[in-house]
Every structure is written in structure tokens, then in C-alpha cells.
Design a binder for this molecule. Structure first.
Ligand code: XIL
Length: 348
């Protein structure tokens, strides 16, 4: 499906400098990113904020127009799904799955095992290790089972490693030991055999201690016949730290037969934006996309929200923002144009 192969540099150059700058596409006067991506073999996705989807028609229409895969930003995490032990709130997650089906989109499930956004009944009660293991097993069977057949790919284990390549100290590692990762993949596969099962993390885009640890883990899991099919890189970049060199890292996971994906791309900056930061942002978005287009089994490129109106960045990174493809009024930025042009070139 990857029809055209160009070097990363050539693609980036062509998309940034050679093509005429496209007119703003916010109004949908031309095809969205999903149309531009047709024929590239890469799905273009976004995280979806379910409150915004319900309340903001411009947002809702853009999700349908621009993207061919969607990820729930929050509503499939354990805390919102099971705020009280034994009482599931499937509503918002079911809504997203239904929306995706109606719009011909796939769903990336996010996420089954994580140390964050866990319900307080789980973290505050003093469960024994054996109880925690059976609670995690039940959670995976309940959730992956509920959505069985309707999820394209699951982020099964999210953020399992520290940046230095050691396993992150979490409730799961402390109580279940390092085998919790293999267990989680086996349980998820039993619950939904068709879903592609991914590891997912941040700061693991380039070759570094963290991605080395993932590479070793994947080799070990494959040797043990654990059903792991994908390596997810969140892609939360910041213009002040530069762009990781993702291509060699994608290539080595691809060579193991794994699918790869960028799962949560955004490129933040210290506010206020200026032209230099805005150009650097466009380069960041485009460089990750280009790496994906160059690698056979890179299946998707998902942004963590597409408008600054609902971006998580200002809430978490002090003084930073403007991290997405469109501003708060849905006007497209150079990053949007560059991503779109890169897709159009690859699809020809
Ligand atoms: C974030 C959401 O965007 C926020 O709305 C929420 O308050 C916290 O979580 N890595 C992940 C995502 O895997 O689930 C996180 O999403 C962002 C970092």
C-alpha cells in the first residue's frame, strides 16, 4: 500500500517548501486528512474528547471529516469505566464505538493496564497481590470482552518503563511482578482474539534506553509466544527539545514483524507562539509522519486532539500550549498543511 518511497528528507522538504501552501481547510472546503491519507496504508487518527463530541458541532464534524481512526481520550480508562467497584459506566465509550462505526472509522482502545487514572477503590483498599492479580485479569476480560470485535487495536500496557529502561514502579509491578505484562497480553488476546495488541509509551520514539528496553521485552515476549502485535509511540513532543530520530527505531521493531504506530502526537511550545516555534512544530508533526510512511508496518498516526480548544497540554505543562494542528477557532496551522501535503505526496 505504501506506493511511493522517498527519503525522509525529500518528503519533508517537498511538503514544507515545494508545494504551494494549501488554503486553510478548516471549513472542509477540500478533503480532510483522512482523504489525503487514502492509499498510503497509514490511518490518521485523533483522541476524542467525548464531552466535546456531544456539545460542539464543529468538533464533531471535524472528527468525522479529518480522521479514519479514533481513540477515546479518557472514557476507556479504568477510573471512568468503573468508578465504583462492580458498576460499569459503558455509555461514553459505547458512544464513541458507535460514532466510529457510523463514520467508517476504526477504534484504538486505550488503555487496559496503566498506573494512572485508576479508581480510588482499587488503589486505596489494601488488596493482596493475589487479589490485585485477579482484579486486573477480571478488568481485562470485562473491558476487552465488552468491546470484542469492535476494537482495531488495544493499548494493552501503557507506560511500563522509566526513561532509563528500568520497569516503572507501579501497583502492578509491585504486586504482580514483571510477568504482569505477558499476563495482560495473554488475557487481552483471550478476551478479543482479533484486536491488535500494543505496548505504548512516551519518550520511546527514537533509539534510547527506554526503546532499547522495549526492544528487549518484545523479543522476549515473542520468544515466549506471548501475543504482542504492536509497538506504540505516543509522540508528545516539545519544540524546545527537538525531534527524536524515529526512523531507525521504527525499522528495528518492523524487522521483528511488529506493527508500529504513533498514538498520541502533539507538539507543544512555550507560549506565546512565534513563527519559529510554529515552523518547528510543523517539522515535528511531519517528521514523525514521514518516519511512519517510510516503514512498511507502521499502521497509524494519531494526534492527541486536533484543536487547542480541548488540548490537555495547558493543564499539565505550565506555560505551554498551542500543541495541536488547529487553533482554538479551528483555523489550521502550518503543521496541518504540512501533514496534509505529506500525505498527499505519499498517496500519489
Ligand atoms: C491524558 C488526557 O489527555 C487528559 O484529559 C487526562 O486528564 C490525563 O490523561 N499519555 C496517555 C494519555 O497515555 O492517556 C494521557 O491522556 C496523556 C499522556
Amino acid at each position: 500500500m505504501k506506493i511511493l518511497r522517498m527519503s525522509a528528507a525529500a518528503l519533508a522538504l517537498a511538503s514544507l517548501t515545494l508545494l504551494p501552501v494549501a488554503a486553510p481547510a478548516a471549513a472542509g472546503g477540500q478533503g480532510g486528512l483522512r482523504d489525503a491519507a487514502r492509499g498510503t496504508g497509514v490511518r490518521i487518527g485523533t483522541a476524542v474528547d467525548m464531552s466535546a463530541l456531544a456539545a460542539d458541532a464543529t468538533y464533531e464534524q471535524a472528527v468525522g471529516r479529518e480522521f479514519s481512526t479514533v481513540t477515546p481520550e479518557n472514557v476507556m480508562k479504568w477510573e471512568p469505566l468503573e468508578p465504583t467497584q462492580g458498576t460499569y459506566n459503558w455509555g461514553p465509550a459505547d458512544e464513541l464505538v458507535d460514532y466510529a462505526r457510523a463514520h467508517g472509522q476504526t477504534v484504538r482502545g486505550h488503555t487496559l493496564v496503566w498506573h494512572s487514572q485508576l479508581p480510588s477503590w482499587l488503589t486505596e483498599d489494601n488488596f493482596t497481590p493475589a487479589q490485585l492479580r485477579s482484579l486486573l485479569r477480571k478488568h481485562i476480560f470485562d473491558v476487552a470482552g465488552h468491546f470484542k470485535g469492535r476494537i482495531w487495536a488495544w493499548d494493552v500496557v501503557n507506560e511500563a518503563f522509566n526513561d532509563d529502561g528500568t520497569l516503572r514502579d507501579t501497583i502492578w509491578l509491585r504486586n504482580l511482578g514483571p510477568g504482569y505484562i505477558a499476563d495482560a497480553f495473554r488475557w487481552a488476546h483471550q478476551a478479543d482474539p482479533a484486536a491488535k495488541l500494543f505496548l505504548n509509551d512516551y519518550n520511546n520514539e527514537g533509539v534510547n534506553a527506554k526503546s532499547d528496553a522495549y526492544y528487549a521485552l518484545v523479543k522476549q515476549l515473542l520468544a515466549e509466544r506471548v501475543p504482542v502485535q504492536g509497538y506504540g509511540m505516543q509522540g508528545h513532543l516539545d519544540v524546545q527539545y527537538g525531534v527524536p530520530d524515529a526512523l531507525p527505531n521504527l525499522q528495528r521493531f518492523d524487522a521483528l514483524g511488529l506493527q508500529t504506530a504513533f498514538t498520541e502526537v502533539d507538539v507543544r511550545m512555550m507560549l506565546p507562539p512565534d513563527n519559529t516555534k510554529v515552523q518547528a512544530q510543523a517539522q515535528g508533526f511531519t517528521a514523525l509522519l514521514t518516519a511512519c510512511l517510510l516503514v512498511k508496518r507502521c499502521v497509524s498516526y494519531t494526534v492527541w486532539g486536533f484543536t487547542d480548544k480541548y488540548s490537555w497540554v495547558p493543564d499539565v505543562f505550565e506555560g505551554e500550549g498551542s500543541a495541536t494542528l488547529m487553533d482554538e477557532n479551528y483555523a489550521v496551522k502550518p503543521a496541518y498543511t504540512s501533514v496534509r501535503n505529506t500525505l498527499l505526496l505519499a498517496a500519489r
